[in-house]
Design a binder for this molecule. Structure first.
Ligand SMILES: [Zn+2]
Length: 116
């Protein structure tokens, strides 16, 4: 269990670093990040401005995906704390350790995941 906790904490730190590289952490909402809108004042041409907008647009889905993973990891860490880690959230069955090995933040067992 300690091993999974370590892996999860490492992944969490890495994700937070990734998010911090292009989004600023919203201190008011725990675990929420805002992608910073580029400063249009610095754009020298309309081309540059279009590029900044495109960069912002492409950062949003990435930010969303990272945020979802971070939420799953936080959830898994919480489950380790209250002793329910390794349980499928759908059927409450024990998850295959090999699945947890591959994806420690998994919330559903393979059977339930396939059924979705
Ligand atoms: Zn299940």
């Amino acid at each position: 269990m300690d091993r999974f906790k370590k892996i999860l904490e490492e992944r969490k730190a890495k994700l937070e670093n990734e998010l911090a590289s292009f989004a600023k952490k919203d201190e008011k909402v725990k675990g929420d990040y805002d992608t910073q809108f580029p400063d249009f004042g610095t754009a020298q041409s309309s081309d540059e401005e279009a590029f900044e907008v495109a960069a912002y647009d492409s950062a949003l889905p990435v930010e969303y995906a990272l945020e979802l993973r971070l939420a799953d990891i936080n959830k898994a860490l919480e489950k380790i704390k209250n002793g329910t880690y390794g349980q499928c959230e759908n059927c409450a069955g024990e998850m295959d350790p090999r699945r947890l090995e591959a994806m420690p933040e998994a919330r559903l067992c393979l059977k339930c995941r396939k059924g979705k």
